[in-house]
Design a protein around this ligand. Structure first.
Ligand SMILES: *Cc1c(COP(=O)(O)O)cnc(C)c1O
Length: 357
């Protein structure tokens, strides 16, 4: 083993997660969102695994991601959520990629270039991308063909208490009356788990496929996909009062067993994961025992307080779990002041990657 840290991606768990959602929403169909390099897990590997499981529709953000997904399958429907940037129509059409058209100028350009399969992306309350409901009629007229999909996106579906969900569900129902008999897609991962089951014809889960919890605050129904481990480089015992790391941001309150591991912010561990006075950073696990990150996250290193780990498990070369069975991406994200999505999509390029299939 030459790489310091190892990222293991369990493609079987990924497939199981997709299967679970697909079975849950049937007879609606289940797509897969594979943007941001398959949420950091490797776009081609993810698409390949999900094709084998029966997935036939994929969503990417960027056109470049669409080209990559297309190398894996000549047939699957691949939607590009960015829509149509000026001038890229011919390339898109040639690769058989479908833009999620979100404005009248995009639609006009797509139609003028010869059209082709496409989605119409409507905004139902997020005020980010998409057509307004008032534009439904002119959009259909400008497209000059029946769209292959109409879609919208939730702003707060992970928050059951948010009133936005009901409002968006209602607006999407109104959209379907304006554009009847066209397949429709509303749900991301958390949307699928909303009590109303606003499933329509096609689901667009991303995060849940990769093991993220689509139901925050409740048990995670998905299987973990990502395991990140690193070996201890060096251990050190310090006395109470010793400072750790850049700018001495953390001070030992007791005689402390420190362990240093070769992972840092250059590997996607946010600097906000530091442990400061009175607020330790996220836990990692040594031999299943939780140990907090202490001190600032360096570019290449983090320090952990391994005092509570079994002493025989704390030695040079011993494995430390940063993400996996004991430490979920959701927990790590929250304790680092961000979300699991950002932890996943920032996963570093210096890791040795192992795919289990
Ligand atoms: C990213 C994205 C999704 C997937 O969302 P998750 O919360 O990861 O399931 C679905 N639809 C759109 C439009 C997106 O941008």
């Amino acid at each position: 083993m030459t790489a310091a840290a190892t990222l293991t991606i369990d493609l079987r768990a990924l497939r199981e997660n997709w299967r679970k959602l697909a079975d849950m929403v049937a007879p609606a169909a289940c797509a897969a969102v594979v943007k941001a390099d398959g949420y950091g897990c490797g776009l081609e590997r993810v698409v390949g695994a999900l094709l084998a499981e029966g997935c036939r529709t994929f969503f990417v953000a960027r056109l470049s991601e669409g080209f990559r997904a297309r190398t894996m399958t000549p047939e699957a429907a691949i939607y590009v959520l960015d829509g149509l940037l000026p001038g890229v129509g011919p390339e898109m059409r040639q690769a058989g990629l479908r833009p999620a058209l979100g404005s009248l100028p995009e639609i006009a350009e797509w139609a003028a270039g010869g059209g082709g399969p496409a989605a119409l992306h409507f905004d139902t309350g997020m005020n980010r991308l998409g057509l307004s409901l008032d534009e439904a009629e002119p959009a259909l007229a400008a497209l000059g063909r029946t769209p292959d999909l109409i879609m919208s996106h939730f702003a707060s579906s992970e928050d059951l208490a948010s009133l936005d969900n009901a409002a968006q569900i209602e607006r999407f129902a109104r959209l379907r009356e304006l554009i009847p008999n066209v397949p429709a897609s509303l749900c991301n991962s958390s949307g699928i788990f909303l009590p109303d089951h606003p499933w329509h014809d096609l689901e667009r889960p991303g995060y849940a496929l990769y093991g993220g919890n689509p139901t925050p605050g409740r048990p995670n129904p998905m299987r973990a996909v990502v395991t990140l481990e690193a070996p201890i480089l060096q251990t050190r015992r310090v006395e109470a009062g010793a400072h750790v790391g850049y700018n001495g941001q953390w001070t030992a309150k007791r005689p402390t067993q420190l362990a240093v591991i070769p992972i840092g912010y250059a590997d996607g561990i946010p600097r906000s994961a530091m442990g400061v006075e009175g607020r330790p950073g996220p836990d990692v696990a040594i031999s299943g025992v939780r140990c907090p990150i202490v001190g600032r996250v360096s570019m290449d290193l983090i320090c952990i307080d391994a005092t509570d780990a079994p002493p025989e498990a704390v030695f040079r070369g011993a494995p430390v779990e940063i993400l996996g069975a004991a430490i979920s991406i959701d927990e790590f994200g929250e304790r680092a002041g961000t979300i699991g999505y950002e932890i996943l999509t920032s996963l570093g390029r210096r890791y040795q990657r192992i795919y289990r299939d």
